[in-house]
Ligand binder design. Structure first.
Ligand SMILES: Cc1ncc(COP(=O)(O)O)c(C=O)c1O
Length: 375
């Protein structure tokens, strides 16, 4: 059987290995508390579910790639309230089916003569996979604690060869945030060297002290593309609803590309999304919930000598561990606690583990007691 060589050559999606380990542990009777994947187990607020149910029409039609005008307006209203920035809902916003598909397919839309994509490491694996399936090349940009998990822009030297430079703040997996000055500097280089700054802001609303800034706040957004989503902010991973915000020319290209792929969200999901983007109150509740879980689990880890090595935002705890991160994760799995080894996010993640604070509050309390006992 002949398959895509990109698919054949790709290593197994690391989290599929975690699933294998979990299945083994569960088969041997261990009860698991799963801090592995970043899939919130929280209820979607009732008003959003009701908006979805009320939007189901007797006749269903294909959704249009442009998205409903009221959804684009709700998104641009949120951007204005949250970041103080005006984006044109007609020309600069494209609703997407969650943000993952939009991130994955972006390279297919924009890679032209230049085919190299700069991808941070450790990172969410989709930036790299999207580049490879678009027959692009990848240049890895290491992130380390010394630089606050930001790319060292002075150490990077492929500015003229790259078409895209991916960043993600607040960051998965490290929880680090980026200052506006970082975005401004990178956007300046993007204009100078003719590449696009792609900013994945999936976690922009999960913060504890200060609301993180957005790349949308860069003064000159000529080369800036931002991806965001309701998944984490509104506990809506299963709805699949996000958006891309980009200069008009890029949005025009997306609107030409996307009908072929058929990735417009269902209209009832779009209507529920209007309700979600128009309300900020429930997001405060979501933040409070993660703060409480953080305050439950983190002290147990710190008491046992583990050090938080980033994590000023997001629902992730990124912790330094001694020795192999896979061994550490497997040891905790033996006690029913599932964590993701840092090595799953690339070699630069070795020496760290990531806990996604997605189990329920009661499970977090049980996990804290177990951690105090076994670490
Ligand atoms: C960094 C990052 N970006 C994007 C996504 C995609 O989220 P969604 O497709 O649910 O919007 C995720 C999901 O875990 C993520 O961690």
């Amino acid at each position: 059987m002949h398959l895509s060589p990109v698919l054949t050559e790709l290593a197994q999606y690391p989290f599929a290995r975690l699933d294998d380990w979990k299945a083994e542990a569960a088969a041997s009777g261990i009860e698991l508390i799963d801090f592995g994947m970043g899939d919130p187990r929280e209820v979607t607020p009732a008003f959003i579910r009701e908006a979805l149910a009320a939007s189901i029409e007797p006749i269903s039609s294909y959704p249009r790639a442009t998205g409903l005008p009221e959804l684009r307006r709700a998104i641009s209203g949120w951007v204005e309230r949250r970041f103080g920035v005006t984006v044109d809902p007609e020309t600069e916003v494209v609703p997407t089916l969650g943000s993952k598909e939009a991130i994955f397919s972006f390279a297919q839309v924009v890679l032209g003569e230049k085919r190299l994509v700069a991808v941070p490491e450790p990172a969410y694996p989709v930036y790299e996979r999207g580049a490879l399936f678009a027959n692009g090349g990848v240049v890895t940009v290491p992130l380390d604690e010394e630089h606050g998990w930001l790319p060292d822009l002075d150490a990077f030297d492929a500015w003229d060869e790259i078409a895209l430079f991916w960043v993600c703040y607040p960051n998965n997996p490290t929880g680090a945030v980026a200052p506006l000055s970082f975005y401004e500097e990178l956007a300046g280089r993007a204009r100078e060297h003719g590449f696009l700054l792609c900013s994945d802001e999936a976690y922009s609303e999960l913060w504890f002290d200060e609301p993180p800034v957005s790349a949308l706040q860069i003064e000159d957004r000529t080369n800036v593309v931002v991806f965001n989503t309701l998944s984490k902010r509104s506990s809506m991973t299963g709805y699949r609803s996000g958006f891309t915000c980009a200069p008009r020319e890029i949005c025009d290209a997306l609107r030409r590309f996307r009908p072929t792929v058929g990735t417009a969200p269902q209209e009832f999901v779009q209507r529920a999304s209007v309700a979600a983007w128009s309300d900020d109150r429930h997001v405060e509740d979501v933040r409070a919930l993660y703060q409480r879980k953080r305050e439950t689990v983190l002290p147990a880890l710190e008491e046992r000598g583990l050090r938080l090595a980033g994590s000023s935002a997001t629902f992730y705890l990124w912790l330094e561990v001694s020795g192999s991160s896979e061994e550490f994760a497997r040891r905790l799995l033996g006690h029913g606690i599932v964590v993701a080894p840092g090595s799953f996010f690339g070699p630069a993640g070795e020496g760290y583990v990531r806990l996604a604070l997605v189990p329920t509050q009661a499970e977090c309390e049980r996990a804290a007691a177990i951690l105090r006992e076994v670490l």
